[in-house]
Write a protein that binds this ligand. Structure first.
Ligand code: NOJ
Length: 471
């Protein structure tokens, strides 16, 4: 629990904090009874330093498992072998000296998460057996953690110095680093894909933080690598119509034929969605943000609690647990207004905020104007309208600095989505055919029919998003 599940000591067990394998099987069975599929994290890049493999690896330079991890001699000055940094700023160097054997081991994250050596065929084989273990148990797929990091530069060359102001379309400020995104990673992913494919209908989703759009898209392979490739672009995107439009354009442009996008605005590594854009001043933004993943062409990933507007929870220093400061977005799900928000009858390890008395599922379920009901309406529409699910994507009014609008088309069905990012009213610069019907506005309550409004021009309220069925 140095990185809350991302530091594994036994790949075929459940941490006792959460229960047992039998509990897991029961959870999976019950989910399947409700036609809910379960995708789990697969963490191939590193293990815990408490893993028996690492204990053996560090026991001596001639240990048979020495080359299961990445060991290197000190650099010329006696310091780390090169300038690679951990992903977590607080950790600093990605290398830690093992005093007993006089070599450094590589860790892309905390010191207690040594990186596995994926150039070693035995590591590959063992980890693919781990994957099988869970697929055999019936999981519906995996999310490959840190998929772009599996292979490092063999020469361990220094990363180039940071370029001030460097910015790419997918990851602002990120650089091409030598310890990520090496060509052989694709060979590894093809092998993982082949394993998953043996099982039929299972998902292979991957986390890929690569800045260059073409190199990012390469993780789809020729339909033989990841099925869905997460991008970090939305996560670092400031609130701007042009910015979001540019990200989607870039992704649509670089996707290989047949590839399918995936969009997420929140996850367990990011500041809470509601706190990121709303900042206590623009609650409309959280409602708008709901629209993007659920109306763009692609699979939507939603992070628990974002659908009710859970905000960043201040964590008193004595309760801080995460090495990278992510506790504020990892607090208990707020189901109801009871002291532990209906999450547990025990004492949760992170606090429930006072705001949970109002921001919870029970309260929002019964409030037609709630954020939860915006999400429900969106999901409902996505089910009802094939254009929203599988339709093509075409931006309209591409120069509009305030309103991001796009058409989704499937067969004869056409749906227009318009999102006003501005905190001023704006007109949609697109002529709507007679008979067009507004089927959702983020401003109006779910249960009340929206009052009739002038369509040409359509005036959007500050921070309003609408879905219009054209045909
Ligand atoms: C990415 C995960 O999303 C993050 O939570 C974790 O800390 C690192 N990978 C290391 O596994």
């Amino acid at each position: 629990m140095a990185d809350f599940g991302y530091d594994i000591t036994d790949h075929r067990a459940v941490d006792p904090v959460f229960g047992t394998l039998a509990d897991f099987d029961q959870l999976l069975g019950r989910a399947h009874d409700h036609r809910i599929r379960v995708v789990i994290d697969f963490v191939p890049n590193h293990t815990s330093d408490q893993h028996p493999w690492f204990a053996e690896s560090r026991s001596g330079r001639d240990s048979p498992r020495r080359d299961w991890y990445l060991w290197a001699d000190p650099g010329q000055d006696g310091g780390p072998p090169n300038n690679w940094l951990s992903t977590f700023p607080a950790t600093g160097s990605a290398w830690t000296l093992d005093i007993r054997t006089g070599q450094y081991y590589l860790h892309s994250y905390t010191r207690s998460q040594p990186d596995l050596n994926w150039r070693n065929p035995l590591v590959r084989r063992t980890m693919s057996d781990v994957l099988r273990f869970w697929l055999d148990r019936g999981v519906d797929g995996v999310r490959v953690d840190a998929a772009h990091r599996l292979i490092k530069d063999a020469a361990l060359a220094d990363n180039p110095p940071p370029v001030a102001g460097a910015r790419t379309a997918l990851v602002p400020g990120a650089l091409q680093l030598r310890h990520i995104d090496q060509p052989q990673v694709h060979e590894v992913l093809r092998a993982l894909r082949a394993t998953v494919d043996e099982y039929g209908d299972r998902l292979l989703l991957g986390e890929v933080g690569v800045a260059d759009p073409q190199r990012w898209a390469a993780y789809y392979g020729n339909g033989d690598e990841l099925m869905l490739v997460l991008n970090f672009a939305f996560w670092s995107q400031p609130w701007s119509a042009a910015g979001f439009r540019r990200v989607v354009q870039t992704i649509e442009r670089v996707l290989p034929p047949g590839a399918w996008p995936v969009y997420a605005l929140g996850n367990h590594d990011l500041p809470r969605l509601a706190s990121r854009y709303d900042a206590g001043r623009y609650p409309a933004r959280t409602r708008l943000a709901a629209m993007l993943p659920l109306t763009l062409r692609g699979t939507a990933l939603l992070y628990y609690g974002d659908e009710i507007g859970m905000t960043a929870v201040p964590i008193p220093p004595e309760l801080a647990a995460d090495p990278d400061g992510r506790d504020p977005s990892r607090t208990p799900m707020q189901w109801d207004s009871s002291p532990a928000a209906g999450f547990t009858t025990g004492q949760p390890w992170l606090p429930v905020p006072a705001s949970a008395r109002a921001v919870n599922v029970v309260a929002e379920r019964d409030d037609p104007g709630s954020l939860l009901n915006v999400y429900r309406q969106l999901i409902h529409l996505r089910r009802r309208l094939p254009a929203l699910r599988t339709g093509s994507y075409q931006p309209v009014t591409p120069e509009d600095p305030a309103v991001y609008a796009y058409l989704r088309r499937a067969g004869s069905q056409q749906v227009l989505i318009a999102v006003n990012f501005d905190d001023q009213p704006r007109e949609l610069g697109y002529r709507l055919p007679a008979g067009s019907l507004i089927v959702l506005s983020t401003r109006s309550a779910a249960s009340q029919p929206a009052p009739p409004r002038e369509l040409n021009p359509l005036r959007l309220a500050p921070g309003e998003g609408v879905i219009i069925q054209l045909t």
